[in-house]
Design a protein around this ligand. Structure first.
Ligand code: BTN
Length: 268
């Protein structure tokens, strides 16, 4: 049986050759399979590996999503990786890091030629309003600063019917890009944009990226419901985000600042 080109392991030297000015900034470990790239990287990060280390896997057997959910992916249909980045200072300097990551992913997808790229608070990647990917950022303090494990999962193809991994309609890059570029090209574009955005974030925090996030905001001024732990908490008009990445909702009681939850659209 011939293997699909999408299921071939990422080649770190080929990837590095596509990174341009970001060449040499990443240490790449490509795995055929692991439980979760974020779990593997977090474990290694605690042993002191260098900032910029990336674990990319063809298959995760226990991929993790936000809020304790699982994340399904397969070699043919997805690009799944986690990136270690170290920051000086305390946790308060990292407010909005997952949204900043969304800006980098949006830049990369647009740079690859995809249309209909949108961001949904807090960290869903949309293509024509369907969910094409997600971001999971995990933070730990360490002497002198913080480490962040930035996990990103992108659908290259749609999951098979009946296996939709999301709460929302799934979407895939293959719907927005024809032909779909090789995974090395897509990953290289993501890494170049991540390097640029994470540098900006480290210097200026999320406030310097907030306007760009807003440009991609898919649900600006839409009527939404915010769920927390399965319970509909608040309803209102989605006004976007503030400089710390908190969601601003216009509700019956005024403008409320929301820090966590899942958004759904309300029927008009
Ligand atoms: C979400 O719930 O939308 C976030 C999903 C993040 C999934 C990625 S895939 C690579 C990394 N490894 C994991 O186990 N999770 C993240």
């Amino acid at each position: 049986m011939t293997s699909s080109p999408r299921s071939q392991l990422i080649d770190p030297s080929l990837l590095d050759s596509l990174l341009g000015t970001a060449s040499g900034r990443f240490v790449v470990d490509a795995l055929a399979e692991c439980p979760s790239t974020s779990s593997v990287l977090l474990e290694r990060a605690r042993q002191g590996i260098r900032s910029g280390t990336l674990v990319v896997a063809d298959r995760q057997t226990a991929g993790r999503g936000r809020r304790g959910r699982s994340w399904q992916s397969s070699a043919e249909a997805s690009l799944t990786f986690s990136l270690l980045w170290r920051f000086s200072g305390g946790v308060s300097r990292l407010a909005g890091l997952s949204l900043a990551t969304g800006v980098a992913v949006a830049r990369a997808l647009v740079g690859c030629g995809a249309g209909g790229v949108g961001l949904k608070w807090p960290n869903d990647i949309l293509l024509d309003e369907g969910k094409a990917g997600g971001i999971l950022v995990e933070l730990e303090s360490e002497p002198g600063g913080m480490l962040a494990v930035i996990g990103i999962g992108l659908n290259l193809d749609l999951p098979p019917p009946g296996e939709e991994p999301f709460l929302y309609r799934p979407a895939a890059l293959a719907q927005a890009l024809s032909p779909l570029p090789d995974r090395h090209q897509i990953l290289a574009r993501l890494l170049v944009e991540l390097a640029g955005v994470l540098d900006l974030f480290a210097d200026g925090g999320f406030s310097v990226l907030r306007d760009e996030w807003q440009v991609h905001h898919a649900w600006q001024d839409r009527a939404v419901r915010l769920f927390d732990g399965g319970r509909a908490e608040r309803e209102g008009i989605c006004l976007g985000i503030d400089a710390d990445g908190a969601l601003l909702l216009r509700t019956a009681s005024g403008i409320e600042r929301c820090l966590a939850g899942d958004l759904t659209l309300r029927a008009a």
